[in-house]
Design a protein around this ligand. Structure first.
Ligand code: ZN
Ligand code: ZN
Length: 151
């Protein structure tokens, strides 16, 4: 999916769900798909404000939810009490390793995982709309020194 098809996809989605098609929603879409890596709603809001957008916090929050429902963004939970988003535009599906010491998030992609999701879902009779696979642990390289808990 590229930027253009993400716009078309989102427009179709909004129509189908009888949501209003507003320029603000597409402004959020553009910023979200340009964001490098994983972000929380507040981080995107602050970034948009610093680029002189007049967007409201509520619009950022509810548009991100709509974009996740539409499949343009993935919702991530890395074990904290915080929802993060990540763009699917121009990216292959992937999973994460999360260092509980320094907070580094590494990405990997292995088609075996998607196959397992399909296999288990069809065996049980389930139509999967998403899945979550995180590996928690500690980096084994020497760069893992900064402790996120400040200890
Ligand atoms: Zn990721
Ligand atoms: Zn680490």
């Amino acid at each position: 999916m590229d930027r253009q098809s993400a716009h078309e996809e989102f427009r179709r989605f909004l129509k189908r769900e009888e949501n209003r098609i507003t320029p603000e929603r597409f402004e959020v879409l553009d910023h979200a798909i340009e964001y490098e890596g994983h972000f929380g709603a507040d981080e995107l809001y602050v970034q948009m404000k610093s680029s002189h957008s007049n967007i409201s916090r509520a619009t950022v929050y509810n548009t991100l939810e709509l974009l996740a429902q539409c499949g343009i963004l993935s919702k991530r939970n890395f074990g904290e009490n915080k929802t993060r988003y990540e763009s699917n535009v121009g990216k292959i599906s992937h999973d994460h390793l999360i260092c509980t010491n320094c907070g580094t998030i590494k990405e990997f992609s292995d088609p075996k995982i998607q196959k397992i999701v399909k296999k288990i879902s069809s065996e049980i009779g389930f139509d999967p709309t998403g899945y979550s696979f995180n590996i928690f642990g500690k980096c084994t390289n020497s760069n893992c020194s900064h402790n996120i808990n400040g200890k």
